[in-house]
Design a protein around this ligand. Structure first.
Ligand code: ADP
Ligand code: ZN
Ligand code: MG
Length: 464
């Protein structure tokens, strides 16, 4: 490709707001529940029963949406500027939408909740609020309404991305940041419409409803390949087939869907005033990036460790809490190296485990006071999955052994049990000493003081 023919990628991202309830009824938000059984979290409103009317919109959802908008540096549309927000009906007939329309603040002639933002170098066109449809499984001919009516945020970017890798990294940071401030539920996943074209070469293809970051990246890569091969490409709407890993034609520009948007007469106009927007802005938590920058500066963390922290923003908060009580330099490798490797080894993230900073603090204190060995500390860290505990309570059984008499007895027993190693050492094989030390460590469940054992064994072997 020539330089001016770079890919242009724009996203319309749908994510689940972190609220207690659905948008227009008092059913629980589905990701707040342990119930998995289909259609157990429903009412006449979210199943679209004839005659049902929406309740007043969930104000928590609107607040969370404003948090997201402000975090993405968008400007909310304020009533002082004569910008009322109108819920519209977006009509389509599918079994996942029994009313025959979806309620949304987006659509033709709509005023978005907020617009003109920027996040990590990518311009944000608009941020919307809408309700989630039900989950329809055409193969099994079933519909599950548990999530029907859950509040969704839609984030529309400008076509500022130029590669799938850039999209991947940006989405990761976006999801982390918005879930870090507890506005977005990252476990519920995201869906996106992915718009792809090659500048000056092909028309835009919109791939509808791609689930998960992984599939989004795959879809972009596959679509870019098609654009490079099959010129000319017409403007089309396509769907992603995760099985063939290819996109398929849904409809062309001429047959664009007509959603017949009309304002919903059952819902009030939303008026966001300056004061409300300002209050939310003032209370906005620090973003993980801001927090990280502060920590890096404050503790003069070297670039390599800083990089590890950037990739694992959930760890930043843990590190910050631990380093309030423990020397930050001392604590750093225990978090960025040891704890991360325990997580990686178990294929877990911070979300999968229940770890209390106080327990890590206790552990590191025991280590600093020489009450446990580093080996033992690592052992305990490994046992912190899936749940941490007070290591002090278990420490009695894991205190470091420095008592020479006790270590002498243990060493003696090991020498008797391993005559070959003793022989080897006497013949001049120095590494045999290490294997004997190792045996003593094993016998004492890693509690023996390494240096004392070494001294005792060296003495003992001299005299044997
Ligand atoms: P529509 O409403 O038909 O979906 P919009 O113009 O509102 O179209 O754009 C929606 C999305 O398409 C945005 O995310 C935007 O970034 C993206 N987009 C617009 N033009 C292009 C383009 N030439 N290439 C790639 N993406 C684009
Ligand atoms: Zn309901
Ligand atoms: Mg679109």
């Amino acid at each position: 490709m020539k330089k001016q023919e770079k890919p242009l990628i724009g996203l319309e991202i749908h994510g689940y707001l972190e609220t207690k309830e659905k948008l227009f009824c008092r059913c629980k938000n589905f990701h707040d529940m342990k119930i998995i059984k289909p259609n157990t979290n429903v009412c006449p409103i979210c199943t679209g029963q004839p005659g049902s009317k929406p309740m007043l919109p969930n104000s928590q959802a609107i607040n969370k949406l404003l948090q997201i908008a402000l975090m993405l540096n968008c400007k909310p549309n304020l009533i002082e500027n004569k910008r009322p927000l109108i819920f519209q009906r977006k009509h389509y007939d599918w079994p996942d939408m029994p009313k025959g329309y979806q309620i949304t603040i987006s659509g033709a002639h709509s005023i978005p909740v907020a617009e003109n933002g920027k996040f990590l170098g990518i311009k944000i066109r608009e941020v919307h609020l809408e309700e989630d449809p039900a989950a329809w499984n055409p193969d099994k001919a079933t519909v599950d309404y548990n999530r029907s009516g859950a509040p969704l945020v839609e984030i529309v970017t400008e076509p500022d991305f130029t590669s799938p890798e850039q999209v991947q990294n940006w989405l990761k940071q976006l999801i982390l940041t918005l879930s870090y401030i507890k506005a977005l539920n990252k476990d519920a996943g995201i869906k996106a419409d992915v718009n792809v074209n090659i500048k000056n070469l092909t028309a835009r293809a919109e791939i509808k409803n791609v689930n998960s970051t992984r599939e989004i990246i795959k879809a972009i890569k596959s679509e870019l390949k098609r654009h490079e091969k099959e010129k000319p490409i017409k403007q089309e709407t396509r769907r992603w087939n995760p099985v063939t890993e290819k996109t398929q034609l849904m409809r062309t520009k001429e047959e664009q869907a007509d959603y017949r948007f009309i304002p919903d007469p059952d819902l009030p106009i939303i008026k966001i005033n300056k004061k409300r927007a300002q209050e939310i802005k003032n209370k906005l938590p620090e973003s993980p990036q801001q927090k990280l920058d502060k920590i890096i500066k404050k503790h003069k963390i070297n670039p390599k460790d800083a990089q590890v922290l950037t990739q694992n923003l959930e760890i930043v908060e843990l590190y910050e809490k631990v380093s309030k009580k423990i020397n930050p330099k001392f604590a750093l490798p225990w978090i960025t190296v040891e704890w991360l490797s325990v997580l990686n080894h178990n294929k877990k993230t911070m979300d999968d485990v229940n770890i209390k900073p106080e327990h890590i603090i206790e552990l590191l204190e025991l280590l600093q006071k020489n009450k446990i060995t580093p080996l033992k500390a690592k052992d305990i860290l490994r046992k912190f999955i899936p749940k941490s505990f007070s290591p002090k309570q278990k420490a009695k059984a894991s205190e470091k052994i420095t008592d020479e008499k006790e270590l002498m007895t243990a060493s003696k027993a090991i020498c008797i049990k391993n005559p070959n190693a003793v022989e080897d050492y006497k013949k001049g094989k120095k590494e045999a000493l290490n294997s004997l030390i190792g045996e003593v460590m094993k016998k004492t469940k890693k509690r023996a003081d390494y240096n004392i054992v070494r001294k005792i064994l060296e003495e003992k072997l001299k005299n044997l």
